[in-house]
Design a binder for this molecule. Structure first.
Ligand code: 6LW
Length: 518
């Protein structure tokens, strides 16, 4: 019996939503959304769809990625990655600065060009399609008329601009479908296939498809829509929210689909955010059949018949690794973070507090990065630990945080009280969907100026410790994106702040470790 190699899902664990994939000969490349985190749009590479390495980021220079650090789910929405005639194209939307933008590169590892704004392109989720005659087309969704519709227009790859009128193509499979978005066009057997997401990126997410003999329509929906959803499996099914998919055809003619999905745990809580999954597709007939014989995404699926290619992996605990992000855009020299070595960094005590006390505090601080440096939480059972050194002087604070949103985080914060250094366990949350933002001190203890801080999660049960002492425990369910909204996933990171005063003092952090169990 021939051993069939397996792909283990998620192939990108943690906050890696809205995946887009393309193939160039024997190499697969994939990008995901990144919102207000910097660098933006991570780029991944595989040769077997099993093993993936990160090559870098498309938006790796501050001038490429203006963001507002107080709009964590703003910035970069869904990207599309395509290749044509020696050039890679990444098109996405910076919802806070410019709208739809395109970057190009001849090497997906970079350098990538500075973004070019696509003028007069409405909506989000732009995609590019190169037809057999070399004509490029751009599609996206448009909400400007009070309802959402998928559109297409000719695109000039020399000027990176729209080169003709937009044509409305489809409003989705369901009557009055909610949020038709994430369009991609494919050409097969003389047909143009338009695959989209609809139902919204949460529990009702789905993938639907239509086709036409002409790229500008008329598109007719597949009677078997949706071709993928998990909404009928219930909220406790271990893989949820499947949608926002992209297809890739292999050299042997077979097809695979990448998509976002979430893993609820400790109840319907999506703390890890939307992750990247993959599954085979039978597209040998008129319409694609996702994971034939099963019809939904699973934690393992048959890998393609390709030689396995394992990549050397970076040490993710090394502060220079590509998994580390700022929230907001740093200065060209990296301020407010200075990475001194793989296991030591300083974070300057900037004016902005880690967590604002209200939605309006600090929003004017744009074009800056928060005094924060973090990496995605990728496991339900995990631990983050770091040695922290609190800077001198009243008003400074620093620590270790698990952050989902301005109003959804748990932190261990070292600070000064009456000349004495103390450590607080603080739960920041919002009272209901629209309520006030609260920072609840769960416990406070005297501590030294240098301490080892630990955040440990057993699913939704968090333990916050200093050295060998447990400071507090808390349930993390409130940090699920289903509860606090937004499009990101939890980060584990270090922070420092001058709490309203811009200071040149630095907090220092050493020997960070992240241990992920499952
Ligand atoms: C993405 C769109 C979506 O652009 O969320 O809800 C946006 N659906 O497809 C951010 O992930």
């Amino acid at each position: 019996m021939k051993h069939v190699k397996q792909i283990v899902n998620p192939v990108l664990a943690g906050f890696y939503p809205d995946p887009s994939i393309c193939r160039v000969d024997d190499d697969f490349y994939m990008v995901t959304s990144s919102f207000s985190f910097f660098p933006g749009v991570p780029v991944f590479h595989s040769r077997d769809l099993i093993h993936w390495e990160q090559l870098g980021h498309v938006l790796s220079r501050p001038e490429q990625l203006p963001t507002n650090m107080r709009k964590i789910s703003g910035g970069i929405y869904a990207p599309t990655l395509r290749y044509h005639d020696g050039v890679f194209y990444m098109i996405t939307t910076n919802v806070d600065y410019g709208g739809d933008i395109v970057c190009t590169a001849t090497d997906p590892a970079g350098p990538w060009s500075n973004p070019v704004v696509v003028e007069h392109a409405p909506g989000i989720d732009p995609s590019l399609f190169f037809d057999d005659d070399g004509q490029c087309w751009m599609c996206g969704n448009d909400w400007s008329r009070g309802y959402a519709v998928i559109w297409v227009a000719p695109f000039d790859v020399k000027t990176l601009s729209l080169a003709g009128e937009r044509t409305d193509l489809w409003r989705g499979a369901m009557h009055d479908a909610w949020a038709p978005e994430a369009p991609h066009i494919y050409r097969k057997d003389g047909w143009y296939y338009l695959m989209i997401a609809e139902g919204g990126t949460e529990f009702f997410h789905s993938v639907t498809i239509a086709r036409s003999k002409n790229i500008t329509g008329k598109y007719v929906g597949y009677r078997g829509n949706p071709i993928l959803t998990h909404r009928h499996l219930g909220q406790m099914y271990p893989i949820s929210n499947t949608g926002h998919a992209d297809l890739v055809q292999l050299k042997d003619g077979s097809w695979y689909m990448v998509m976002l999905a979430s893993r609820p745990y400790g109840g319907y809580h999506l703390n890890l955010g939307r992750e990247t999954f993959i599954t085979p597709v039978d597209f040998s007939g008129d319409w694609p059949v996702v994971n034939p014989g099963m019809g939904h995404v699973d934690f393992a699926c048959p890998a393609p018949d390709l030689p396995e290619h394992v990549f050397p992996q970076e040490d993710p605990d090394d502060f220079r690794a590509m998994c580390w992000n700022y929230l907001g855009t740093p200065a060209p020299d990296g301020d407010p973070v200075k990475v001194e070595s793989g296991n030591r960094l300083g974070i300057r005590c900037t004016r902005a507090p880690l967590i604002p006390s209200s939605p309006n505090e600090g929003v004017e601080i744009t074009g800056r990065a928060l005094g924060f440096y973090g990496r995605r939480q990728q496991h339900m059972v995990c631990q983050a630990q770091v040695k922290a050194v609190l800077p001198e002087g009243p008003g400074t604070s620093c620590g270790l945080v698990v952050l989902q949103h301005d109003f959804a985080s748990l932190r261990l914060e070292m600070a000064w009280r009456d000349g004495q250094s103390v450590v607080r366990a603080v739960r920041a949350f919002r009272q209901g969907k629209e309520g006030e933002w609260v920072q609840q001190v769960l416990a406070e203890q005297v501590c030294g100026q240098e301490e080892v801080l630990t955040l440990c999660a057993q699913e939704q049960e968090w333990t916050l410790s200093v050295g060998e002492r447990v400071v507090a425990t808390a349930n993390g369910g409130f940090m699920g994106s289903e509860s606090c909204g937004g499009f990101v996933g939890a980060y584990l990171g270090m922070f420092a702040s001058g709490n309203g005063e811009e200071r040149q003092d630095y907090a220092y952090f050493e020997d960070f470790t992240y241990t992920g169990i499952r």
